[in-house]
Design a protein around this ligand. Structure first.
Ligand code: NAD
Length: 250
């Protein structure tokens, strides 16, 4: 899979799945735009990408804010003159309950970060992707359909269900512009999301909830993201791929 001279934006690429995807895109020839709300994390990933000799642009942005999303696309086009691949990956979760009303404290943040950002960035990127016949890969979750997998995170489940739906509706509309849109739906992946989002739980327990009894490594998810973004996936659009160690089967 060659991404030579392709311009690839990966949101939430300071850590975890996004970082693994950004490094893998760079390794395969892409100019990568690292987007993260953490400058330290973004610069760490940029350092890893730079070793491959392609251009790397770091944009510090909070994807839940529309003005930041506008900045991401504007700076990308100003720097590279085009956009080939958008990976809407940034995400977070929050433990909350419906009965005690704690969902009302966190719902907007979770929806704006996990779903609204995908809608806004897709809309802003679409005219540029139409020019390059580019594509979009969204990082959803097995929790979009498997409520048990996302049990303590109701807003997260709703947001990721929205990401799946938006993947299909945007694939439908953008097909006539030559733009493909797909999603990956991971189960447990050993990243820093628990620490970053202040969540309880641990990977060992999550692993027990899968039929393969393991959590994935970020690079395994990155491999699927790159495949879906590559020419090898030219017949795939509107698809949401579970990569969950069989979690949905439990
Ligand atoms: P992570 O915390 O390791 O990395 C996420 C990165 O996104 C962090 O660097 C963080 O700073 C950044 N980020 C968070 N909110 C942001 C915002 N508003 N604006 C810009 N950057 C922001 O987590 P991860 O596990 O790699 O998560 C990546 C994606 O994978 C998320 O969408 C998550 O929902 C999804 N996912 C993760 C798992 C898992 O088990 N780790 C499972 C299914 C889906």
């Amino acid at each position: 899979m060659s991404f030579k001279n392709k311009v690839v934006v990966v949101t939430g690429s300071g850590s975890g799945i996004g970082a693994a995807a950004a490094v893998l895109f760079a390794e395969n020839g892409a100019h990568v735009v690292i987007v993260d709300c953490s400058e330290t994390r973004a610069n760490t990933t940029a350092g890893k990408c730079e070793q491959y000799g392609n251009k790397v642009l770091v944009i510090i942005a909070d994807v839940s804010k529309q003005e930041d999303d506008e900045k991401i696309i504007k700076q990308t086009i100003e720097t590279f003159g085009k956009l080939d691949v958008l990976v809407n990956n940034a995400g977070t979760a929050s433990e909350e309950k419906i009965l005690d009303g704690t969902i009302l404290d966190t719902y907007d943040k979770i929806m704006n970060t996990n779903l609204r950002s995908v809608v806004v960035l897709t809309s802003l990127a679409a005219p540029h992707l139409a020019k390059t016949k580019g594509c979009i890969v969204n990082t959803s979750s097995v929790a979009s359909t498997d409520i048990k997998a996302g049990r303590p995170f109701p807003s997260y489940c709703v947001a990721k269900a929205g990401v799946d739906s938006f993947t299909r509706v945007s694939a439908f509309e953008l097909a006539s512009s030559g733009v493909r849109v797909n999603a990956v739906n991971p189960g447990p992946v050993r990243t820093n999301i628990l620490e970053h989002a202040g969540l309880s739980g641990n990977w060992e327990d999550f692993s027990k909830s899968t039929v393969l009894k393991k959590a994935s490594e970020p690079k395994e998810i990155a491999n699927l993201i790159l495949y879906l973004a590559s020419d090898k996936a030219n017949s795939i659009t509107g698809a949401c791929y579970k990569i969950d160690n069989g979690m949905a089967l439990c």
